[in-house]
Ligand binder design. Structure first.
Ligand code: RRO
Length: 305
């Protein structure tokens, strides 16, 4: 039997397999990016970085809820200049493509960040247009005009592939997907977390210091799958599926819905880094048992009529 290939070409980025970490999980230090690469990721993504340092919200910033986690980290990051030093270290040691996740509060800020990082040997950029609980960013990411303008600004600042990470917290996912595509995005990441709330009944107030948080994990999966499915029918650029991927079965569902690559976040917190090898082994077994020679043959198959 021919061994199936898990290789992916994602908007020109060559990956040995379709898995990445979801931005925000283990991506702030060179050490953690190296560990992700060694754990089997086909590419790695940094935590979102902005122009200025931010401390993020005070504790508590994460709470377990039914079906996953609710977080309100509040974009903690050292700012682009300090982060560059760490990123340079990572880029020397990580033997896989590295994507930098960037965020801003105006389209120009994203353009400026891409300009400042463009000289590094990064594989590409992921634009965080989708944090559900940081004001300013939330408005930008649900406004199709601003999404389009942001992507356009970044494309003018770099020739590297640009992926727009989108929010599910909109009435029409198709509209935001189309806006990113029309702005010139080379791919989409679908999706960031769902805006939610948890109440501490003992204290009688919201559990998280930031009040609202982003829901991730199994409860997010059907929403994320729906967004990938809708985007696949709308845009002609590759989609990175993200939201509640814990097992190879979840991974297959996202591929069938139209994702060409996959990000794993919350599952790392529950299962540890071995989750990447477990998913990859399962994917190989599934492809072989179905007689597929490559992963590509699977992408979007659920749309066959
Ligand atoms: O840092 C965060 O609170 C955070 C971000 Br930037 C994001 O994009 N999504 C999320 O759930 N949390």
């Amino acid at each position: 039997m021919v061994k199936p290939s898990l290789k992916v070409n994602l908007a020109g980025i060559s990956m040995e397999n379709p898995l990445m970490n979801a931005s925000g999980i283990l991506g702030l230090t060179a050490f953690s990016l190296v560990r992700l690469a060694e754990a089997g990721c086909g590419a790695v993504v940094t935590k979102s970085v902005g122009l200025k340092p931010r401390e993020g919200n005070p504790n508590p910033v994460v709470v377990e809820v039914a079906g996953g986690l609710l977080n309100s980290m509040g974009l903690p990051n050292p700012g682009v200049e300090a982060f560059k030093t760490e990123l340079k270290k990572a880029l020397k040691r990580v033997r896989k493509p590295v994507l930098a996740s960037i965020f801003g509060f105006k389209p120009e800020e994203y353009g400026e960040l891409a300009r400042r990082l463009d000289r590094l040997p990064l594989a590409g950029f992921e634009l965080n247009l989708s944090c559900p609980h940081v004001e300013g960013l939330r408005e930008l990411g649900s406004n199709p005009k601003l999404i389009r303008e942001t992507v356009r600004r970044v494309k003018a600042a770099t020739s590297k592939p640009v992926f727009a990470k989108l929010t599910p917290n909109v009435s029409s996912f198709v509209e935001v997907a189309e806006a990113a595509w029309k702005g010139g995005a080379d791919g989409l990441t679908a999706v960031n977390t769902l805006r939610g709330l948890a109440i501490d009944v003992e204290a009688g107030k919201p559990f998280l210091s930031g009040v609202y948080g982003g829901l991730s994990g199994p409860a997010l999966k059907p929403v994320a799958l729906r967004c990938v499915y809708e985007a696949f029918e709308t845009v002609k650029i590759p989609i990175i599926g993200c939201g509640g991927i814990f097992s190879w079965r979840d991974a297959v569902e996202f591929l069938l819905a139209g994702a060409s690559a996959l990000q794993v976040g919350t599952a790392i917190a529950y299962r540890g880094l071995q989750v990447f090898r477990e998913i990859l082994e399962g994917l190989k077994g599934y492809l072989a048992s179905k007689g597929f020679r490559s992963l590509r043959e699977l992408v979007g198959q659920a749309h066959r009529r």
